[in-house]
Write a protein that binds this ligand. Structure first.
Ligand code: GLY
Length: 375
């Protein structure tokens, strides 16, 4: 059936079901894939409450489930030790057993937190993701990464724990704020730019990305999930190729962390600018030619995503401060900083930069360039 993407991981295989209206069958699909006799603990993103009330909850009830519900605020601030601890305790207090199901209904942060709790309670419970943002549909709900943040940085604690089912219903995206939508597009552009030239070409032909909706979105979401599933199948635990999916993230996480206290920067926005920096860095190292940067920038602009450091953070991020954060990135090995650099549209490499002074001076040059678009 079209709209179903298999993430083929042997006994941990699962399907990502992408279809307008798919959430209406949530209960029936859960009964079929997981079992009608399981209990459900639903973690509901406050931002997705209207969709939970109007579609998610009724779909579960009509299939005979009577979920225990825990509401959580969405966004990165929910990914803390204390939220994780409260959630695990609540799942245990509800008497959930290992065979029961923890269901994440919301955006990427709620999926990351809930997946981590599901992986820990009873050493691993049933887990289902219902992503309700574009970013979580195309990226964070697929591939089994779970995480919380710590004082040492973003996603510093986590597990690899694959869900048993993902249901992505593009109907819920009609109420998604434009900034959140742009964040999803940034991740789609990332996946295409670093791993799938054909998908990138389809994006270039799709018109103004920020204006796509309804049926036009479905095949693009599916294309991004197919591309991601291909990589996850090859390298579930990120020992190699999966690291490519971090394109834009090393620079992006540093900007996101620096901006955290000064304003609100969304993860996908930071990834968008991180990609723009990474592609300029790749040009300086000779990894790619000058034709790639305008193509990526054009798509990001068409999606309504930021394409310059200043338009993201509203202050000039210092190269030294960025480097300090990048040196703590979990992808690093030894003294080198790991960067994902594009080679051509649809392909790239993991680059280990061992010389901090060289990285710093390149970053200084990039950040002080006069060739950034105006904020
Ligand atoms: N978000 C990157 C990955 O799942 O590997």
């Amino acid at each position: 059936m079209s709209g179903q993407v298999l993430v083929d991981l042997g006994e941990r295989s699962y399907r990502v079901e992408i279809a307008a209206g798919a959430l209406r069958s949530l209960g029936a699909r859960l009964a079929c894939v997981i079992g009608a006799d399981r209990r459900v603990f639903a973690v509901v993103d406050e931002g997705a409450e209207p969709h939970w009330k109007s579609v998610g909850m009724p779909a579960l009830k009509s299939a005979g489930f009577d979920p225990v519900i825990q509401r959580v605020s969405g966004g990165e601030t929910v990914k803390t030790w204390s939220s994780l601890s409260s959630l695990c305790e609540a799942i245990l207090a509800a008497g959930m057993q290992r065979r029961d199901v923890v269901l994440a209904f919301g955006g990427g942060a709620v999926g990351d937190l809930t997946g981590m709790a599901a992986s820990l309670v009873h050493r691993g419970m049933g887990f289902v993701q219902c992503p309700t943002t574009l970013l979580s549909m195309v990226d964070s709900s697929v591939g089994g990464k779970t995480a919380i943040n710590t004082a040492h940085g973003k996603n510093m604690l986590g597990t690899f724990y694959q869900p048993h089912l993902v249901i992505a219903d593009p109907d819920v995206l009609s109420s998604l704020p434009p900034r959140e939508r742009a964040c999803g597009w940034a991740e789609i552009i990332k996946i295409a730019a670093i791993s799938d030239a054909a998908l990138f070409g389809r994006l270039e032909e799709a018109g103004t990305l920020s204006q796509l909706s309804g049926g036009a979105l479905e095949p693009i979401i599916e294309g991004a999930v197919v591309a991601k599933a291909r990589i996850v199948t090859e390298d579930e635990h990120e020992n190699g190729r999966r690291a490519l999916l971090n394109f834009g993230h090393t620079f992006g996480h540093a900007l996101e962390t620096l901006a955290r206290d000064k304003g609100d920067v969304l993860h996908g926005e930071a990834v968008a600018v991180g990609m723009c920096i990474a592609v300029r860095y790749a040009q300086m190292t000779g990894t790619c030619d000058a034709t790639i940067e305008p193509r990526i920038t054009r798509l990001l602009k068409s999606a309504g995503a930021p394409v310059a450091p200043l338009s993201l953070t509203m202050f000039s991020p210092g190269a030294g401060a960025m480097l300090a954060h990048m040196q703590r990135d979990k992808k690093n090995a030894g003294n080198s900083v790991t960067l994902i650099l594009p080679r051509a549209i649809g392909t790239g490499d993991v680059h280990r930069e061992a010389q901090a002074d060289r990285l710093l001076s390149r970053l200084e040059t990039i950040l002080s360039s006069h060739h950034w678009p105006d904020p």
